[in-house]
Design a protein around this ligand. Structure first.
Ligand code: G3I
Length: 302
């Protein structure tokens, strides 16, 4: 393949990027998006604050713009994210208990219903585990509604859109020995054992140049896959954009049959949420970096 999307498609995978609706009119941005990628994830437009700014009033304009752009060009859409402790609308931030639980479930139901048939995979719950060595759930207003809030969200999403793949998505889950990775693994294993609907695990994979690329990354991918879920690399960016690290990530995904797609978290370095880290595949002028060549050749060698 001569583009990332085409090269990934040769092994039945997708190669995607986070997209911001307000950049679709930038011809450099849209040109790269349309030629190189076959999957998109709205970077902010499907989050709870964007889609339900007032309780019970849903707002889909900018998310629909991205979805229409993608579907009219044959790209897939990953939905991000139905329930999260961050980016909650103001009205939700102060809620608690059963009213919050009900509001969260209604949100999941409404948004998943609106995008029924259009979103191939949803990040149903995002970032629900704590950092550090505890392996515990992260404290949040959602967590305080009861430990079963995650499975309740997955059940609501399944009922609303039975054909969408339902994912749990988190960061700092690349290293297999990390407590957070193990905690997510145990949750997914428990869900599979009890028949809670879950189809995929998203590893965000925001990587830093200071902490070495985990040599057990492939073990992490294959261990999740062995539970009977797909694994997706959902928000890849690497501080400094080491071509070797990018290549290793892609090769590890290709080595695991159920790792079915990679999404980078933005197109140009200037589009990144961490622009000073120059972590992406194109520079601010829209020129391909050496990390791009490394990714393309890794995809083509699979
Ligand atoms: O759109 C407003 C603009 O009107 C306003 O003037 C400006 C002032 O602050 O803010 C703009 O909104 C910002 C938005 O990005 C759009 O640029 C928000 O403040 C800012 O918080 C938001 O950041 C996003 C962040 O999630 C929010 O948590 C980043 O773009 C987005 O890349 C980042 O993505 C997350 C994933 O969803 C989950 N995993 C981690 C990842 C990186 O943090």
């Amino acid at each position: 393949g001569t583009t990332l999307g085409a090269a990934a498609a040769e092994s039945g995978r997708y190669f995607g990027t986070a997209v911001a609706a307000h950049k679709l009119g930038d011809s450099t941005y849209a040109g790269i998006l349309n030629s190189e990628f076959n999957s998109v994830t709205p970077e902010n437009e499907m989050k709870m604050d964007a889609t339900e700014p007032n309780q019970g009033q849903f707002s889909y304009g900018s998310a629909d713009q991205i979805v229409n752009h993608a579907l009219s060009r044959g790209m897939k859409v990953r939905g991000h994210a139905l329930a999260w402790h961050m980016q909650q609308p103001g009205w939700m931030q102060g809620m608690e208990g059963s009213s919050l639980r009900q509001a969260m479930l209604n949100h999941v139901t409404q948004v998943a219903t609106h995008y029924k048939g259009k979103v191939v995979a949803w990040d149903v719950v995002n970032e629900a585990f704590a950092d550090g060595s505890s392996g515990a759930r992260r404290d949040s207003n959602l967590q305080r509604t009861g430990n079963d809030w995650i499975e309740a969200a997955f059940k609501a999403a399944r009922a609303a859109d039975p054909n969408a793949k339902l994912c749990y998505n988190d960061y700092n889950t690349d290293d297999w020995s990390h407590a957070k990775t193990q905690a997510v693994y145990k949750m997914v294993q428990d869900f599979k054992n009890r028949g809670v609907p879950i189809d995929c695990v998203g590893l965000q994979s925001h990587m830093n140049s200071g902490s070495p690329y985990p040599s057990n990354y492939r073990t992490t991918l294959s261990s999740f896959a062995a539970l009977g879920v797909d694994v997706q690399i959902t928000e890849l960016d690497i501080q400094g954009a080491s071509p070797t690290t990018y290549s290793n990530v892609v090769k590890d995904c290709l080595a695991v049959p159920r790792c079915n797609g990679v999404t980078v978290w933005g197109i140009r370095d200037s589009d990144s949420w961490r622009p000073n880290d120059t972590p992406l595949l194109w520079n601010g002028n829209g020129q391909k970096k050496s990390a791009y060549d490394a990714v393309l050749s890794a995809l083509n060698s699979g």
